[in-house]
Design a protein around this ligand. Structure first.
Ligand SMILES: [Zn+2]
Length: 1278
């Protein structure tokens, strides 16, 4: 069940293509997922990195960048030792010998100081032996060891600080001391302050003041390059002219409601010795606001993964304000789960302890808006615009550049809002946690941010009230884009109609016509009511210890809150109908010009999801009834040609408080609508009578077994998505991890006892009176009408505006613009340093050998009992006129039937024995030369080890005995392909624009466009309209004839050591069935790149309210030295454009990608056109005008490395090297180059590849009469 849910969850995440941040919505053929994607509005550019990150051991107490960047506060917190001691005296006045506590004496006498500290520590460790005290003592012990000061003077070089006051610390290293048997280097970053550090093995950071050593920060760390860390502190420091006082002020401001906060830091109540109470007291002090829990032991290395330390928490234990409600083991996944509640506020916490190093955090609030103003969604955006501790414009986007996250996002679902992130690095984890907690619980929610993110009135020319009035705002535009996709629109309306009277009857993302009615006060009220700990759930997952997470959350957030009544956010049950309802309405048109303009669906409202077994049964029923070509509904609804595809949301949906079951079709002819409804009901009645084939049931159960074992690198983050929707509905996520027992119960009842459970469920659905029959017809004029309404509404508003009001609109617009233009200091945000990144590329061991004269790569990895098989079949020498049909071949090859199986049986066999079965066309450019191109068919599958032979048998049948000659079936399948492609054009606008722009450069980019760009769309349309399916079959047979040649194949198997001999033997047997024709693999197809200076931009009109813009330039091959530079430059330009296109322009996103030798500028869901194209040009000019900063470069490097080193599942490890020929050495070289990038190099490559170079611009955008007539664009409607 979980995995079914996961299938639903994944696609609503915007994914980055490859390792580049080319963000576009995933395209999925799973329609259940589409509806979910629509329901959950993803709002934040995400890195979903594909490449793995080297696992490096992380030290517990690594002085992390968060600490360093928080140094301002820490220094203030600890101030100088003198004050520290003063506070100690206060805290312990009744216990410490008053003589020793004489502040003045201590202050001026080092010996007294040391001895005071010693005695204080001794006493405290007896009285309050907690971690913090122990840590203090160990620090002091080090300091008070014999102080053998031997100094080696090192001349201070004449080094001027740069413009920002930074001095390269390496150069100002003053002298070397020996303290406590450790060598220390003394650095002199700013006048009056010195920094002490050891060499690069261990380092401790201190502030030296008047030659007396004072503790600035209780931190110790291991680091490879201390100098850089120190340099970073220095940089951060130099941003404030008066460090200590500056931070003190800001701290006091933050706590102005707590007058005692900067006084009684250590005033531990004497009558309470519990850790908990102590912590809470600490929470009132600045010390615990340090971004790392400071009670960590200072110099231990934390073991990670399998070797991690396990805690001994048990039910009823109390720590850090929490009580443990339950501890459970999940043997299926080797998890231990902890369910906790925060006693004071009632905040819930679920922790999953496991060996996964990709640690996940998320916090979720139940958000249940009762209108469609998009308040929850706008709040989610505005929350990310700066908070108390991090008052910068866009802390999340900035953190994307400052961390090694594997995932960062925020999303608004119909009934909750989640803020999740993932990272493998412990330091990074707490950096991000600090930012996430502060953003959600203490956001600034400034009015100008509300106007930027939500909505505002602005004149077309923002300083000219005589120009037309317009609505602007990021969410406003985002929802316009989202709802112009007919699938999203359908799913939204279906949900609203099926759940009347509840929060689900409103659009939580916001209706563009309702968004402008939301007021700033309503937004703030909504935050206060919903973003409260009592209304929250925390989820943590991974190998880092729970205690530190709890402590951090308690000390940074929870102690400041009391419990509040949140019953008003509860979700109510839908009042049931006594009889079915039929509703007919209109939706935006799709790009397909056919007579199939209708959509119809039948949905019923089911129970709430508390019965896990029932949910499993309904999921299995849904799969058996609908998924795959062998299922009854597929046969009667789609195979029959009545509909082209299922409606979004078809199947069992349990993401909401009460689940629903829905089935329907899109692409229906007007005369068939009634018949579709009849067919659905008849098919279900027939299944109720006849039941399902046992083999089909077995195949579904096999899929559950398989998916339990198929390890995914992103398991934790997917789990977060599921956990939250369950927790929001007060359901138990842990019980759902025990999936096997439910599957076994099902097997027992249905397959052994033969109970008609599935049939009973069908009867329940058929008898359910709360049924919605929804018909939608696409209306070409709908968008025009909405646009006209908006224009009239705005004209009306405009006519009523007084001169003062107009003036105010202009002022506000200019104010916002100037804020957006204001350079901001983001140094308050923590960051990972470039020096913290592993220098060595992870090496994946492999064995290369030959099997029947074909190359085989063996990867021996822990695959959990699964064998993964991949093969690349070289098609370079295939004639071009055949090649363009390869996508159809790969799409259809598993749907036709093969060997002794017809199409339905083959589908069942694949599900019964394998997973991930499929193929795709593949293009790879040579790492040495962009013009050397590998063209191939990539086939892949996986299976439990016991099914290896079955898996290869299936491949044999599919490749050598496929039932291609079935024009009727091909016709149906091609109709479905066409429908799914065409329906998705608006949501894939950027992908099409980018492929078109790049297509002229090389053979690879040209072929990519042919295979998946607009040329492919045209070919699909042409094939379907010509009905020449026999002609297509001949092409497919010719392709089949070409590829079944062993000499074209090379394979890769990933499995565990013990299974390698079996897998190799079966592969050899499989290959034995193929001829070897020793085909030459040299590509003889020539490609002449089309050189056209200043080509006119191509504009393709699509039914969309927003634009997708792409502009492409040519780069170089992977191993060329400029390649790494161009990759960094692209990121740097992307940072510039993010500001111009998203923040100022109001688009959903924009940036630059660098992939396969193409530099691609892009924007998506963009209300602008020329403004964005101009911004592309400005960014290039900017990059060669001495404007790039070191910070720009470091941000780019971090972002590239976090994608480079992202976690990888065993199934994908080592694949890139094998398939693309990029060796470990090349990757290491790339890595080295990425580390050594400077501004001059970036300016050089910008000059060389972007200034006055050939480029192509493509727009997929609004169908606009004015643009049609403009000569600047080559306009064409799709
Ligand atoms: Zn959004």
């Amino acid at each position: 069940m979980f995995d079914t849910i996961f299938m639903i969850i994944v696609p609503f995440i915007l994914v980055a293509r490859s390792q580049l941040d080319y963000v576009k919505p995933i395209r999925s053929s799973d329609h259940a997922s589409k509806s979910k994607r629509q329901m959950i509005t993803c709002c934040f550019s995400v890195l979903w990195p594909i490449f793995t990150r080297c696992a490096k051991p992380i030290r517990l107490c690594e002085a992390n960048s968060s600490q360093l960047s928080m140094s301002a506060k820490n220094i203030q917190e600890f101030k100088l030792m003198d004050e520290w001691i003063q506070l100690f005296c206060k805290a312990t006045s009744s216990k410490v010998n008053t003589d020793k506590c004489n502040h003045h004496e201590v202050k001026n006498n080092r010996v007294a100081k040391v001895s005071f500290a010693q005695s204080w520590m001794d006493q405290l460790i007896q009285d309050k032996p907690n971690d913090f005290v122990r840590l203090c003592r160990s620090q002091w012990e080090k300091l008070t060891q014999p102080y053998d000061v031997s100094r080696e003077a090192v001349p201070k070089p004449a080094m001027e600080p740069d413009k920002r006051g930074r001095v390269p610390l390496k150069q100002v290293y003053l002298q070397r001391l020996t303290i406590a048997n450790e060598k220390w280097n003394v650095y002199d970053p700013t006048p009056g302050q010195k920094i002490l550090a050891t060499d690069d093995r261990v380092f401790k950071l201190f502030l030296i003041c008047n030659t007396n050593i004072s503790i600035a920060m209780l931190s110790a760390a291991v680091g490879r390059s201390v100098l850089n860390r120190v340099a970073n502190v220095n940089r951060l420091r130099s941003t404030s002219s008066n460090l200590v006082s500056g931070c003190l002020t800001s701290y006091n401001n933050n706590n102005n409601n707590d007058s005692s906060s900067n006084k009684c830091y250590y005033n531990v109540p004497k009558n309470n010795n519990s850790n908990n109470q102590y912590c809470r007291q600490f929470s009132n002090t600045s010390i615990t606001r340090s971004s790392e829990p400071i009670t960590k032991p200072s110099s231990t290395t934390r073991s990670r993964g399998k070797e991690r330390e396990r805690n001994e928490l048990k039910k009823g234990d109390r720590l850090h304000g929490y009580v443990v409600l339950e501890v459970r083991d999940v043997p299926e996944r080797q998890f231990r789960t902890y369910t906790l509640e925060h006693e004071k506020t009632g905040a819930k916490h679920l922790h999953i302890d496991c060996e996964d190093k990709n640690n996940i955090f998320s916090v979720t609030f139940r958000t249940t808006p009762m209108d469609s103003t998009g308040v929850a969604h706008i709040l989610e955006h505005t929350t990310l615009c700066g908070s108390k501790k991090y008052p910068v414009r866009d802390p999340f986007f900035n953190m994307l550049k400052r961390s090694l996250n594997t995932y960062m996002n925020a999303w608004t679902a119909p009934d909750h809002t989640s803020y999740p992130f993932g990272t493998q690095d412990e330091t990074d984890y707490y950096n991000l946690l600090g930012v996430y907690l502060d953003a959600t619980f203490f956001p600034n929610l400034a009015e100008h941010d509300f106007r930027q993110e939500g909505h505002r009135l602005e004149f077309e020319k923002n300083d000219d009230p005589s120009t037309p009035l317009q609505y602007k705002g990021i969410v406003f535009n985002e929802m316009k884009g989202a709802l112009s996709d007919p699938s999203s629109y359908f799913a939204e309306i279906q949900q609203q109609l099926l759940y009347p009277g509840t929060t689900y009857s409103h659009n939580s993302g916001g209706e563009p016509k309702d968004i402008p009615t939301l007021s700033y006060e309503q937004l703030k009220d909504f935050h206060q009511k919903h973003y409260h700990p009592s209304n929250s759930h925390f989820f943590t997952y991974g190998d880092l210890p729970l205690e530190n997470h709890l402590k951090y959350i308690q000390e940074n957030v929870l102690y400041q809150f009391d419990r509040t009544d949140v019953s008003s956010t509860a979700i109510t049950n839908v009042k049931r109908w006594s009889e079915p309802k039929s509703i007919k309405t209109t939706c935006p048109p799709s790009t397909m010009e056919t007579d199939r303009k209708y959509k119809f669906s039948l949905s019923v409202l089911h129970n709430n999801n508390s019965d896990i077994y029932e949910s499993l049964v309904l999921n299995i029923l849904s799969t058996l009834l609908l998924r795959g070509t062998s299922t009854p509904m597929y046969q009667s609804l789609l195979q029959s040609g009545l509909a082209l595809d299922y409606t979004p949301g078809t199947g069992f949906e349990e993401g909401l408080f009460e689940s629903a079951f829905s089935v329907g079709g899109v692409g229906i002819r007007e005369q068939d609508v009634a018949k579709v409804q009849e067919t659905i009901l008849e098919t279900m009645a027939k299944v109720e009578k006849e039941g399902f084939d046992e083999k089909n049931i077995e195949s579904v159960l096999h899929q559950y077994e398989y998916s339990q074992k198929d390890v995914s690198a992103s398991f934790g983050i997917k789990l977060a998505g599921v956990v939250h929707s369950l927790l929001v509905h007060n359901l138990d996520p842990v019980e759902r991890l025990h999936l096997n027992q439910y599957v076994e119960r099902f097997r027992q009842q249905v397959l052994i006892e033969k109970k008609p459970i599935l049939q009973q469920k069908i009867r329940e659905i058929l008898d359910n009176p709360h049924r919605l029959n929804l018909t939608m017809v696409s209306d070409d004029s709908l968008q025009q009408k909405e646009k006209q309404d908006e224009i009239e509404k705005l004209a009306k508003i405009n006519s009523k505006l007084s001169i003062e009001e107009k003036k105010k609109i202009v002022e506000q617009a200019l104010d916002l613009q100037s804020r957006q233009n204001l350079a901001q200091d983001v140094s308050c945000l923590p960051r990972i340093l470039i020096s913290d990144i592993e220098k060595k590329q992870e090496k994946i061991p492999f064995i290369d050998q030959f099997v029947r004269d074909t190359p085989l790569r063996l990867l021996d990895l822990p695959t959990n009992g699964i064998t993964y098989f991949r093969s690349i079949i070289d098609i370079s020498t295939m004639p071009d006129n055949l090649k363009i049909y390869l996508p159809f071949y790969s799409n259809l090859m598993t749907s036709m039937g093969a060997g002794k199986f017809d199409d339905k049986q083959l589908d069942t066999e694949m599900n019964l024995y394998t997973g991930r079965f499929g193929s795709s066309p593949m293009i790879s450019t040579s790492p040495f030369d962009l013009n050397v191109v590998g063209e191939s068919l990539y086939i892949r599958s996986a299976c439990l080890n016991k099914n290896i032979e079955k898996m290869f048998d299936l491949w044999n049948m599919i490749l050598l005995d496929n039932h291609w000659e079935n024009p009727d079936l091909i016709k149906i399948l091609m109709g479905q392909i066409q429908s799914s492609i065409v329906e998705n054009i608006p949501s894939s606008g950027l992908s099409y624009a980018s492929l078109t722009s790049a297509s002229n450069f090389t053979r690879a980019t040209h072929l990519s466009e042919q295979w998946s760009g607009l040329s492919h769309v045209a070919l699909v349309n042409q094939l379907v309209s010509s009905h020449d399916y026999q002609g297509l079959i001949e092409k497919l047979l010719a392709i089949n004839q070409f590829i079944t040649d062993r000499s074209l194949m090379r394979s890769c198997i990933t499995t565990e050591k013990d299974t390698i001999p079996l897998a190799t033997e079966k592969l050899s047997h499989f290959l034995g069935h193929f001829q070897s024709r020793n085909t030459m693999k040299t590509n003889t197809n020539q490609f002449d790149s089309i050189v056209a200076q200043n080509a006119i931009p191509k504009y393709f009109g699509i039914p969309s309210a927003v634009n997708y813009i792409s502009k492409a330039y040519q780069g170089v091959a992977y191993t060329h030295q400029d390649s790494a530079r161009l990759q960094v430059l692209s990121k740097v330009l992307g940072e510039y454009l993010h500001k111009e296109i998203r923040e100022k322009g109001g688009a959903y996103g924009g940036g630059v990608s660098y992939d396969s030798g193409v530099i691609g500028f892009y924007s998506y869901r963009d209300p602008n056109l020329q403004r964005t194209i101009d911004a592309f040009g400005q960014s290039i000019q900017w990059s060669v005008s001495d404007k790039i900063t070191t910070e720009n470069i470091e941000n780019a490097q971090l972002s590239i490395f976090s994608a480079f080193d992202a976690p990888e599942s065993p199934s994908s490890k080592g694949l890139g090297e094998w398939s693309r020929g990029i060796t470990h050495e090349m990757k290491q070289q790339r890595r080295d180059r990425l580390f050594n990038i400077d501004k001059q190099q970036l300016e050089q490559v910008a000059e060389k590849y972007l200034i006055n170079q050939t480029n192509y611009t493509t727009i997929l955008g609004k169908q606009d009469q004015e643009i049609k007539n403009e000569k600047n664009f080559n306009y064409k409607d799709i």
